[in-house]
Design a protein around this ligand. Structure first.
Ligand SMILES: [Zn+2]
Length: 73
């Protein structure tokens, strides 16, 4: 099963402008990630958008999976 929470997004460090890749799961969990320069970045999932997104998309994949299972019969 495909899990989009493992998808990554790129952030730009406010300090050194390096790009940091974080997973959608980390954003949904609002973790504090650290850049290689030592700058900590607090991830914010505004209004739980990512959490909801992950849930919705995972649900669609599940529906799709079920549809394929039916086809395979
Ligand atoms: Zn940095």
């Amino acid at each position: 099963m495909i899990d989009i929470s493992k998808q990554t997004v790129n952030l730009t460090c406010p300090e050194c402008k390096r790009s940091i890749s974080v997973s959608l799961r980390q954003v949904a969990d609002e973790l504090l990630v650290k850049c290689t320069c030592g700058q900590g970045i607090q991830l914010k999932d505004s209004n739980g958008t990512n959490r909801k997104g992950i849930h919705d998309v995972n649900k669609s994949f599940k529906d799709l999976e079920n549809a394929f299972k039916k086809l395979g019969r």
